[in-house]
Structures are given as structure tokens and as C-alpha cells.
Design a protein around this ligand. Structure first.
Ligand code: BEZ
Length: 398
């Protein structure tokens, strides 16, 4: 341990990816003595924080998700003040495709309704407008779309680095890597968290291990119902250096194994600037357990992506380069919804155990850190987490 040899903390955060570091950042602002335990090295590529870019977007089919994305904005602005790197490259969000499709990301019409209800500005687009304004081609005539100008490409590597450095600088935060939690004991109100590097004590736990959540909460005798997506991604070389895309997502019906939904980014200065990242938003083989993942992208998923680029994008060579994977846990019951709650009531001291699990939450990073901090320190959050509560269905006692 670098700064702190004492074993006692106010809060122990288990999981040192983006969400754990964002929680430590907000705990530190409240002068909370915090230990962040990371099972691997910080800033690793082994979980949901892998890769360098993410989409910040406001369109969601549910109004409460639209609200959450809007509410996240000031937290991004505040985090931005700690780094000279641009964390959000505001290129806008383009959602388009078959308006009848209800995908893992929702439905275009429902998103329009939710945006309208929340007074978020956007422009509706026809198939032809999407082609002429955004460089796509050969789109079916029935496709529709929307463009929301506040969407951004997130420099996720810089986001994590900023949070990590804030943790390193903070007199309240201890960051400890190579510390998988092997047992959690309870002694009255205190938790004893056991790792190969030592045993640490706190009254509160925040559990943010991304796809490894079950391996931690199993130690407290519960689990969640999740499936695991080892998501493939690749970069594609620009054949037209001037070509620029917003962040985008296409809704289409699956064709056999081809989930047929793709998403992409603009070219970004922070990673392979001559290339553009495009990725499938489906997996052919969902996993039952994170241990089944490999870091090898699924060739067929990349082949479907290349085919889609060849047929529908301009200015790109459809050969994939710089491929990678990212592992995400998705709730089986609430599909991809985020689960944010205390441990279930049958776990002793459950109100002192805050869990964030499942879903695509990078766009909320600094805001989620604040929400988890409020739950841990105040027992409630000023942001209404009702839609994200686990409900006792989601939890299974073991
Ligand atoms: C999202 O915006 O939540 C998202 C975008 C692309 C793939 C998966 C999730």
C-alpha cells in the first residue's frame, strides 16, 4: 500500500474499473477514507472498462434513462476540469434503421417520444437524409432516424486515467491492485475483506467489479441472474481522410446468427486517427460465466460487420484492424438495464452494501460514482434509482 498502512477504512470499493474509480473520486470529495481493491492491475483490459472509446448518448426508449443521461452532463463537465484532454468529443448521436425494430437499445420511435417528453432537442431524418448528411448508402427506403446533437464520443482511456490520477492524488483514497477479494466476513457492523495482500476492515462496501460481480457477491451469499457478452470491436481504415461520422447505431432485424445491429464512432485523435471504429452490438455466443471469455474477437461477428460496412458505409476500407474485446454483464431479467441497489435484505447489514451491476454505463461514469457515493454515505440518492433497483427477483440467495 502506498499511502496508508492502516487496515481500517470508511468505505471499501471492490472493483477498480471506471465505476469503482468514479466512486472513489466522489467519496474523496466527501473526505471519506476509501480503499479501492482491484483484482488485476488498474486500467486493465480485462473487464467492462476495456477499450478506449464509448458513446455518450441521450436517446433511450425510457424517459428515466433520457433523464439519467441529461443529469450526467454536469458531472462530465466537472470531471473535465481535471484534465487537459477532451473527455467528450461532441459529435452528436445518430440513431437510424428499421422503425419497427425493438433492439437491445430500444426502438427509434419510442426514443423520439422519450426525448420529446424530456424536452431534449433532436432532428428526425428520412432514409435519404441519413445517406446525404451522414455518408451511409443503400439504406432501405423505410428506414428512419434521429440526430441528437449532444451525443459524444467518450475518450474512455482519458476518463479512467483522470479518475485514477485523482485517486492517487487524494489523501483520502488508497488504490490497491492485484487484490482479488477471496472472502468477506462480518463481525457485528464491520466487514472484513480478505485479499492475498491483507485483510481490510470497513463499515461500508461498494461493489463495482463489472462482469466479475458474481464472484464478489457470492461471498456474501447472493448472486444476480446475468448473461455475459464478450463484445468484439475493430477499426476500419478511412479511404477518404475527410470522411467523418457522428456516433451512430443502426437498428435492424437479425438475420440468423447475424444480430445485424452495429454501432460506430467518428475518427478520434486519441486512438488510430486514420481509422474509424465500427462494432457489432450483438454476440453470437453469449456466455454463462465470465471465465468462458477469451480476448479473441469472434471472426464471424467481425465478418458481418465488414459486410455491413461494405454495403452501407462510404469512405472506409471494410477490412478490420486493431480488433479487441470487452466483457459486459447483462441482466437476464431486465435485459441490459443497470442494476443499482443495496444488497438484498437477507444479507446482514445489507444497507451498508451498495452494488452496481450489469449494463452499459460508461456514459454515466462520473454520475454513477456520485450516486453510489450517496447510497453508501447517506443511505439514499438524490437521483431516483427506483427503475434500477434489483427487486428480489434479480437476486438469488445461495
Ligand atoms: C450504448 O450506448 O449504451 C451502447 C452503444 C453501443 C453498444 C452497446 C451499448
Amino acid at each position: 500500500m502506498t499511502k496508508e498502512t492502516d487496515r481500517h477504512f470508511d468505505v471499501i470499493v471492490i472493483g477498480g474499473g471506471a465505476m469503482g474509480l468514479a466512486t472513489a473520486y466522489h467519496l474523496s470529495k466527501r473526505k471519506t477514507k476509501t480503499l479501492v481493491l482491484e483484482q488485476f492491475q488498474f486500467k486493465n483490459q480485462l473487464g467492462s472498462s476495456a477499450g478506449v472509446s464509448r458513446q455518450y448518448r441521450i436517446p433511450y426508449p425510457e424517459e428515466y434513462m433520457v433523464k439519467m443521461a441529461v443529469d450526467a452532463q454536469p458531472f462530465w463537465d466537472e470531471l473535465q476540469s481535471h484534465t487537459s484532454k477532451t473527455l467528450l468529443d461532441k459529435v452528436g448521436t445518430l440513431w437510424f434503421g428499421d422503425p419497427t425494430v425493438h433492439s437491445t437499445e430500444g426502438n427509434i420511435g419510442e426514443a423520439e417520444k422519450a426525448l420529446k417528453a424530456a424536452n431534449v432537442p433532436y432532428t428526425s431524418l428520412t432514409s435519404k437524409e441519413i445517406e446525404t448528411q451522414y455518408h451511409f448508402k443503400n439504406l432501405p427506403d423505410n428506414y428512419t432516424g434521429l440526430f441528437q446533437p449532444d451525443g459524444a464520443s467518450i475518450d474512455f482511456r482519458a476518463t479512467i486515467q483522470t479518475l485514477y490520477e485523482a485517486g492517487q492524488r487524494s489523501p483520502h483514497v488508497t488504490l490497491q491492485d492485484e487484490s482479488p477479494v477471496t472472502a468477506i466476513k462480518q463481525d457485528g457492523k464491520l466487514f472484513e475483506v480478505i485479499t492475498p495482500k491483507g485483510t481490510y476492515i470497513s463499515e461500508k462496501l461498494v461493489i463495482t467489479p463489472g462482469p466479475y460481480v458474481d464472484s464478489v457477491i457470492n461471498l456474501l451469499k447472493f448472486r444476480i441472474e446475468a448473461t455475459y457478452w464478450n463484445m468484439s470491436s475493430a477499426y476500419f481504415k478511412k479511404t477518404d481522410p475527410s470522411i467523418q461520422y457522428p456516433t451512430w447505431f443502426v437498428f435492424q432485424n437479425a438475420i440468423g446468427q447475424n444480430g445485424n445491429e452495429f454501432y460506430g464512432f467518428p475518427g478520434v485523435v486519441w486512438d488510430h486517427p486514420e481509422y474509424i471504429r465500427v462494432a457489432p452490438d450483438f454476440v453470437i455466443n453469449p456466455l454463462e460465466d465470465p471465465s468462458e471469455r477469451t480476448s479473441i474477437p469472434n471472426k464471424q461477428e467481425l465478418a458481418y460487420t465488414s459486410e455491413w460496412i461494405k454495403n452501407h458505409m462510404t469512405g472506409l476500407d471494410p477490412v478490420p484492424y486493431f480488433t479487441s474485446t470487452c466483457l459486459v454483464a447483462l441482466s437476464k431479467i431486465a435485459n441490459k438495464e443497470l442494476l443499482i441497489d443495496f444488497a438484498p435484505p437477507y444479507v446482514p447489514n445489507n444497507k451498508n452494501i451498495v452494488v452496481y451491476a450489469t449494463g452499459w454505463a460508461a456514459k454515466f461514469t462520473p454520475f454513477l460514482g456520485q450516486i453510489l457515493t450517496e447510497l453508501a454515505l447517506d443511505g439514499h440518492s438524490t437521483f431516483d434509482i427506483t427503475p434500477f433497483k434489483l427487486g428480489y427477483n434479480y437476486f438469488k440467495a445461495i
